[in-house]
Design a protein around this ligand. Structure first.
Ligand SMILES: Cc1cc2nc3c(=O)[nH]c(=O)nc-3n(C[C@H](O)[C@H](O)[C@H](O)COP(=O)(O)OP(=O)(O)OC[C@H]3O[C@@H](n4cnc5c(N)ncnc54)[C@H](O)[C@@H]3O)c2cc1C
Length: 469
């Protein structure tokens, strides 16, 4: 039970705009994005400043009151959903949505943690600059959530994930103290860099309240191409070829199987097949920079001439480039129209990817007769979203309830056996915490537990998330 005195202190501190225990107001924020995990909270707190966050944390630390942090609630592992007890408080960062400063010459954006990714894109673009990290949830995901999950997306190949683009951070610790590392210093050798431990820590070690982002010049020219290839191994050869030909210009290299394209064409209005040849694998490739279009065209031709690709085309207009990307970005939506699937976000070294893409479906069909597999995503980063659908004609939800965790265990074990990870970019959250405890590297987990015990000895920040029992 949440202490009533604490609730009145918080209500007084925040006022009616930022404190609610109204069930209807809180309801949209108590289930995860996928609508699979549902929680409860005694109240939702929505501070607008770092000072308010610190005051909340101090009161909660004194009362030993646990908090669940939430940004845009677009995370894919239910880390922002409180548990079912109703004994937690939900701390929403969405009212902290101020762009603090944009340093055009330094190409840096200083912002509150609740700024939505799309708004950061707009702010950079207004100054002829660009924040290159982007993803499907950009209209909801906040900078703090992106830092907390070390988000990836489609531009990681060239620009890296959130860790590479985060130059500064402001973090409120579980005792209410503040780590202020907002100002980036190219040289600062005072031991390990503390801000790094909060990137990807999913809110269990600290609350991100401010972020300094590295920007880059806006893109004036991009080339977007589509290829079809016969095997996953040919896709990898194409990637290496593109890297050699395009160097730094190569920004995205995504793979999708023919089945994914077929689902998109069937369920997403206005989509069209980019090339006549029907796979079995398709590649979407993007190059940016001066001369990108011509360089990409030459690279695609080389792949065709050498027989690596069986078909290839380049978008002749920006509208067609957008259409190509729309196909890639609509796969999840098209899949939803078919029914539920067990979704796994895994990574392996790029050279192990062809083996994973061919052996794992066969292994799963041997283990669980008649399941169907669909793997797509960021081949250039060695990351695929590996979806497994229950046998046709089965009661999908009942099948998933009965076999879902065994399927997950087999998929994650296959990634780990190839030197990979059971979470490439989505994090661990609540959903993967048990399997992380079971299959994760024990030394890595011990370090994580040590950090948690050192920074949050009372276990008040995001209990039940990331850190295995
Ligand atoms: C359509 C779609 C496509 C997506 N594509 C990708 C993709 O390609 N790559 C990718 O990496 N992700 C992707 N995502 C997942 C999601 O957008 C990212 O995980 C994002 O980083 C979550 O940000 P958020 O603000 O919504 O965080 P939330 O979902 O609110 O929270 C996520 C985690 O971070 C913690 N947290 C949130 N804010 C803070 C804070 N200020 N301080 C401390 N902890 C905090 C929460 O407690 C939780 O553990 C996608 C999501 C959607 C809906």
């Amino acid at each position: 039970m949440v202490d009533r005195t604490l609730l009145s202190q918080l209500a007084k501190l925040l006022g009616p705009k930022a404190f609610t225990h109204d069930a209807t107001e809180m309801a949209p924020w108590l289930s995860d994005w996928r609508g699979r995990v549902h929680g409860n909270a005694a109240a939702m707190l929505s501070p607008a400043t770092t000072a308010e966050v610190r005051a909340i944390v101090r009161l909660c630390a004194d009362a030993r009151q646990p908090l669940t942090m939430q940004g845009g609630n677009s995370g894919q592992c239910a880390g922002a959903t409180p548990d079912e007890t109703g004994d937690m408080l939900l701390l929403s960062l969405r009212r902290m949505h101020r762009i603090r400063r944009l340093d055009v010459d330094g190409q840096l954006l200083f912002a509150d943690a609740g700024v939505i990714l799309a708004h950061a894109h707009d702010a950079a673009a207004a100054q002829g600059l660009r924040f290159p990290l982007t993803l499907g949830g950009k209209g909801s995901a906040t900078l703090g959530g992106l830092v907390a999950t070390n988000a990836g997306g489609t531009q990681v190949l060239r620009h890296g994930s959130m860790r590479a683009l985060t130059r500064g951070l402001e973090v409120v610790l579980p005792d209410g103290s503040l780590l202020d590392q907002m100002i980036p210093l190219p040289k600062d050798n005072q031991g390990p860099d503390p801000k790094q431990i909060f990137i990807g820590s999913e809110g269990v070690l600290g609350i991100v309240t401010g972020v300094t982002l590295q920007l880059c010049p806006a893109v004036h020219e991009r080339g977007v191409g589509w290829m079809s290839v016969m095997t996953a191994d040919a896709a990898r050869t194409c990637l290496h070829r593109m890297r050699r030909e395009l160097g730094d210009m190569l920004e995205g290299f995504e793979i999708l199987p023919e089945a994914a394209l077929t689902h998109v064409l069937a369920h997403i209005p206005g989509t069209r097949r980019p090339v006549a040849t029907a796979g079995p694998w398709h590649i979407l490739v993007e190059a940016v920079g001066d001369g990108a279009d011509a360089a990409l065209e030459a690279a695609l031709s080389a792949c065709m001439t050498e027989g690596i690709a069986s078909d290839a085309t380049i978008a002749v207009s920006e509208a067609q480039a957008v259409d190509f990307w729309r196909i890639r970005d609509s796969i999840s939506e098209a899949e939803r129209a078919i029914g539920p699937a067990m979704q796994h976000d895994i990574s392996v070294p790029v050279d192990a990817m062809p083996d994973l893409l061919t052996s794992l479906p066969a292994e799963l069909i041997r283990m669980f007769a008649d399941v169907s597999c669909l793997a797509f995503g960021h081949l250039g980063d060695g990351n695929v979203h590996f979806h497994v659908r229950p046998p046709q004609g089965s009661d999908a939800n009942a099948w998933i309830a009965a076999h879902g965790s065994d399927v997950g265990r087999a998929v994650y074990a296959a990634a780990i056996a190839r030197g990979g990870s059971l979470s490439a970019e989505h994090g661990i959250g609540r959903s993967k915490r048990a399997i992380f405890g079971e299959l994760g590297d024990p030394t890595r987990i011990a370090i994580l537990r040590g950090l948690k015990a050192a920074l949050d000895p009372k276990g008040l920040f995001n209990p039940g998330v990331l850190v295995p029992d």
